[in-house]
Design a protein around this ligand. Structure first.
Ligand SMILES: *Cc1c(COP(=O)(O)O)cnc(C)c1O
Length: 495
């Protein structure tokens, strides 16, 4: 109360205020149509909205898309096959798919200042796999075909193929390690990327938790990767992509930046200059549904040089494009080009600062000592808990987070020692700095009142925990009060 911030209203999903009654009846009717076939799906859909409305969503990779984005996904574009690229399809009748795919790509190029955009990948992981094959095709296959003196692959003999397969499978990739905040697809051994490539990883400085560019340069010089991957899922700091490019150039590597997590901060111009990956990377991959607040999906930006190889994504690597999702990407990218999205992105970063400050002033420990993006990585060992225990206790109290490794995690990748928190979703609802300070207070209160449980044999457990009496109810009541001030999809009534 009394925290009146009229400008916050602008950062909410803009179209909602105008469309609420229309949106409300459209969804009512859609659910009735669904219920006439399988009522349990309609019921689960209603319940999902109720659950999302009632919880403090702090999962750093999640957000709330606008009704316009959501509705665009529920149309007959879903029924159309469109393998190939705009104007060059393997199926007839793709003129309308061409329209929406070209629009999505145009908006993406304009939004990010990219030479080329490919909007077909179905998810971030698919975008990475597509990009890896594109880079291999451009760097290895192309020159190899030239050396072999053939124009296209059909002219290769079986012996040529055998040699080419050896070349492709003999390339090196250097990415950020998982426990430093990198992603599974950046060369983690059990992932396909760790099997396709000879992989090596860079980490963070053990003292500060920050990226150490000198150590990274030394490793790159020694390892000589074909691909240097930058980007992260759980690193609470900004990356200097100009420096990354310098290192890539020194060793002749292609710089690929995976901005899946922070694309919204790039789109909203919070990350500029050296922190904007687009002018520095050869290839940039991303999701569209995290901080960028679009439909669930992926996309790739590239320089002209890499464009023809990236274009081969479908059907080389990807299944048929999801035309309805490409249409929704066009809508989401159009939203992100509005000035209100810049305000939103700045709020996301400011709010992460408030959340971090809220923890630090209450004595909690943060990996790297703070944040300068949208992520706060809370080290819960000082509460005597594992990440798993903290995540579960918080969920009991209606606070949705995910456990996460901290660098050199003593509890391993399953139990972990951290909890990752992000501000994109609650910022969309309208939360500001006071609300995020309150969120920190609630979380610290829950964790202080949680104790490590024991195994059946009476040993200390890394999974079980005991939550103090009344803590869950008290926290739920306090967060319900916060959430009531910033309703999710206000006016959308499914009763
Ligand atoms: C989330 C994420 C992905 C995977 O995205 P999906 O859409 O879940 O496939 C890839 N890379 C990074 C860095 C991510 O954070």
């Amino acid at each position: 109360m009394g925290m009146g911030r009229p400008e916050r209203a602008v950062t909410r999903i803009d179209l909602m205020a105008d469309l609420s009654s229309l949106t409300s009846s459209a969804y009512q009717q859609a659910l009735e149509v669904i219920a006439s076939v399988e009522p349990r799906v309609a019921e689960a859909t209603r319940k999902e909205l109720a659950d999302q409305r009632a919880s403090l969503k702090l999962i750093a990779s999640e957000n709330y898309a606008s009704p316009a984005v959501l509705m665009t996904m529920g149309t007959w574009f879903s029924d159309k096959y469109a393998e190939g690229t705009v104007g060059h399809r393997f199926y007839a009748g793709c003129q309308n798919v061409d329209t929406v795919e070209a629009l999505a790509a145009e908006h993406a190029r304009e939004l990010f200042g990219a030479e080329y955009a490919y909007v077909q990948p179905h998810s971030g992981i698919d975008a990475n796999l597509t990009a890896y094959w594109a880079i291999l095709a451009h760097r290895v296959e192309g020159p190899w075909l030239q050396n072999a003196g053939v124009k296209n692959m059909n002219e290769l003999t079986e012996a040529d193929w055998e040699k080419l397969r050896g070349e492709l499978g003999n390339q090196r990739l250097l990415g950020m390690s998982l426990d430093a905040g990198g992603h599974l697809t950046h060369g983690f051994r059990p992932n396909i990327s760790g099997k396709m490539f000879h992989q090596n990883q860079y980490g963070t400085d053990p003292e500060t938790g920050l990226l150490d560019y000198d150590a990274l340069r030394a490793k790159a010089k020694e390892f000589k990767p074909l691909i240097l991957v930058a980007g992260y899922s759980a690193y609470p700091r900004r990356v200097n992509f100009a420096k990354m490019r310098e290192i890539a150039d020194e060793v002749g590597a292609t710089l690929m930046v995976d901005m899946a997590h922070f694309a919204g901060l790039v789109a909203g111009k919070v990350f500029q200059g050296d922190e904007d990956p687009v002018p520095h990377a050869h290839v940039v991959t991303s999701t569209s549904h995290k901080s960028l607040r679009g439909p669930r999906g992926g996309f790739i930006l590239a320089t002209e040089e890499y464009a023809p190889s990236v274009d081969r994504g479908c059907p080389m690597v990807l299944g048929g494009p999801l035309s309805h999702v490409m249409a929704a990407k066009a809508v989401a990218f159009a939203e992100a080009r509005q000035d209100s999205f810049k305000t939103y992105a700045q709020d996301v970063a400011d709010n992460a600062q408030s959340l971090a400050d809220g923890f630090l002033k209450r004595g909690a420990k943060l990996v790297t000592g703070g944040t300068d993006n949208h992520i706060v990585l809370l080290d819960v060992t000082s509460f005597g808990l594992t990440g798993r225990q903290a995540e579960s206790a918080l969920l009991d109290a209606g606070v949705v987070t995910n456990r996460n490794s901290v660098p050199s995690d003593p509890n391993g990748a399953w139990y972990t020692s951290g909890v990752r928190l992000g501000t994109p979703a609650l910022t969309t609802r309208g939360f500001g700095s006071d609300e995020f300070d309150k969120v920190a207070e609630l979380i610290v209160d829950v964790l202080k009142n949680t104790e490590q449980g024991t195994t059946k044999a009476g040993e200390p457990s890394k999974a079980s925990y005991v939550l103090g009496d009344g803590v869950a109810d008290k926290t739920r009541a306090a967060s319900a009060e916060l959430l009531a001030k910033y309703p999710l999809y206000p006016g959308l009534d499914l009763a």
